[in-house]
Design a protein around this ligand. Structure first.
Ligand SMILES: [Zn+2]
Length: 79
């Protein structure tokens, strides 16, 4: 996948993201609610202007965040 530096940057973004576009949401999270507040705005993850919704609607990317933290920890052990 990505380098350790990229993983750390992505982790920081995902943890701090309040809004997300649907592309990033589907890539890093799991869609979890039926009624989201979709609007046009800037995605906190990729920075693109798009149709965005709250990170909450994708479970705050918790699965991906857990995965990234594990990978970062494992790589830190190796180096
Ligand atoms: Zn995005």
């Amino acid at each position: 996948m990505n380098s350790l530096k990229e993983k750390k940057a992505l982790l920081k973004k995902l943890e701090g993201a309040y809004t997300t576009c649907f592309d990033c949401g589907r890539e890093y999270g799991v869609y979890s609610v039926g009624c989201s507040s979709v609007r046009t705005g800037e995605c906190d993850v990729c920075g693109k202007e798009s149709r965005v919704t709250e990170a909450r609607d994708f479970g705050y990317f918790s699965k991906q965040i857990r995965q990234l933290k594990k990978e970062i920890k494992d790589e830190a052990k190796l180096s």
